[in-house]
Design a protein around this ligand. Structure first.
Ligand code: URA
Length: 448
């Protein structure tokens, strides 16, 4: 069959004349063809309207997954998804805006200390975040452990908080890139999430529509990341940086290692506790290093280079911003966080060095304990999760606790324990420690 899409006589359900036939476009992509700008615009618009059905879009996303897209097609797809909804603007705030997006990982709570830290320097941080699905946690799920805290703000409330506090972490409204919301839910159940054109357009459509003027991407690689190898992550980072630049957003990316969980806490309430420790000037070294590096990068893109970021973490200014931001959204920063009814601790059976602690199985364990959700809309258990007591490279003694599982339903422990079998190991001094390299592997900017 001819794969060129020229049909113009196709009457849609509302009697409108459709510009193309979805099946022609599917054939074109299936046969490794390139879709034109009008074809992509039509496809996304027709899918958002419901004229192109999920079964056709599922075939299209699989064709894209298998055959890829050119940079031009990815840019068109991103712009079409932006045009499916509203575009926010913070021009009226009178201060620069900067944001961060992480592709997600195990124990990744960086947004929590990062937002207030950057806001200290008079740069507005509109951090529109999501909920977790599968083994990667969601920022909103973590923050909802704080009694009273509210994720859903109106656009007016969000702008008021950016003006009065300087930073906000809240749910992205359904008006931003609605085509992506529909498409992402479809990809999730059709095995088409891990595609660079689809991930890049999904993330960047929301970030560009959000209206930030500067954006730092934390692109993960390794066992706990979407994309396991660094080459794929580099390609994703380059694609997203180019999309940002083309849309007038100053964008850079860090490639960061997700072979080992970030910090010591994996879950929801325990990740908030760890973030507060960082804001109090303590916390695990990897969380502090990544928070400070991302803050510097976000501030530099917003034009602030001569600032002492570390000082704002240790002298309490970032903590003050955190408390203001939590209160502004109805939360009580002093309230006790939920604690699970049951715990199960695993102890070292010998002396030695912890030489392995694989991120993905620990993320799955936290998920099986109830910290994550299997289906969109499921509730999460805020007190469930894993607390690590040692990191790779640490010396451990026989009988020392290695990690603790927490859950409100002890029946969840066996499956969580099963998922971490073989995921950690105590070796002899001198054995290589399996971390997969440094935490921050590369920086990618528009010039690269
Ligand atoms: N996060 C998104 O928002 N979209 C993707 O496709 C993957 C991660």
């Amino acid at each position: 069959m001819n794969s060129s899409a020229t049909a113009s006589t196709n009457a849609g359900s509302a009697g409108r004349i459709e510009a193309f036939d979805a099946v022609d476009l599917i054939h074109a992509k299936r046969d490794r063809g390139e879709l034109s700008t009008p074809q992509i615009d039509w496809l996304i618009d027709a899918y958002t309207r419901g004229y192109v059905g999920d079964e056709q879009m599922a075939a299209m996303t699989m064709a894209i997954f298998l055959n890829g897209m050119t940079r031009r097609e990815i840019r068109d797809l991103t712009m079409a998804m932006i045009d499916s909804g509203e575009r926010m603007s913070f021009e009226g705030l009178g201060k620069p805006t900067t944001d961060k997006h992480s592709t997600g990982g195990v124990g990744d709570k960086i947004t929590l200390p990062l937002m207030p830290l950057v806001a200290v320097f008079g740069v507005a941080v509109p951090q529109l975040s999501g909920r977790g699905l599968g083994h990667t946690g969601g920022t909103l799920d973590k923050l909802e452990s704080i009694p009273g805290w509210r994720a859903n703000l109106t656009n007016e409330e969000m702008i008021a908080q950016l003006r009065d506090v300087g930073g906000v972490i809240c749910a992205a409204g359904s008006g931003l890139a609605p085509a992506d919301g529909k498409l992402y839910a479809l990809r999730d159940i059709t095995g088409t999430v891990e595609s660079i054109p689809l991930i890049a357009s999904s993330i960047m459509s929301k970030k560009i529509a959000e209206g930030t003027k500067a954006l730092v991407l934390d692109v993960k690689f390794g066992s706990g990341a979407f994309l396991k190898n660094i080459e794929q992550s580099r390609e994703l980072a380059r694609t997203m940086v180019a999309l940002g630049q083309d849309a007038g957003v100053a964008t850079s990316a860090l490639l960061t290692n997700m072979n080992v969980p970030l910090g010591l806490a994996i879950g929801n309430a325990n990740e908030v506790r760890e973030s507060v420790e960082v804001l109090a000037g303590g916390g695990p070294a990897d969380i502090v290093e990544l928070t400070i590096t991302l803050a510097r990068e976000m501030l530099a893109l917003a034009g602030k280079t001569d600032v002492d970021v570390e000082a704002a973490l240790t002298d309490g200014r970032a903590m003050d911003k955190w408390r203001q931001a939590i209160r502004a959204q109805g939360g009580d920063p002093d309230a006790a966080l939920p604690v699970a009814t049951d715990t199960h601790t695993v102890y070292a059976a010998q002396d030695g060095i912890l030489v392995q602690q694989d991120a993905l199985p620990f993320g799955i364990a936290a998920w099986r304990l109830g910290a994550g959700r299997a289906r969109k809309g499921d509730p999460v258990q805020h007190s469930a999760g894993v607390d690590l007591h040692a990191k790779p490279g640490d010396r451990v003694a026989k009988g020392q606790p290695l990690f603790t599982l927490s859950a409100d339903e002890p029946a969840r422990f066996p499956r969580a324990l099963e998922s971490v079998e073989g995921a950690w190991r105590i070796g002899d001094p001198g054995e290589p420690v399996l971390t997969g390299g440094p935490l921050i592997a590369e920086r990618i900017s528009a010039a690269d």
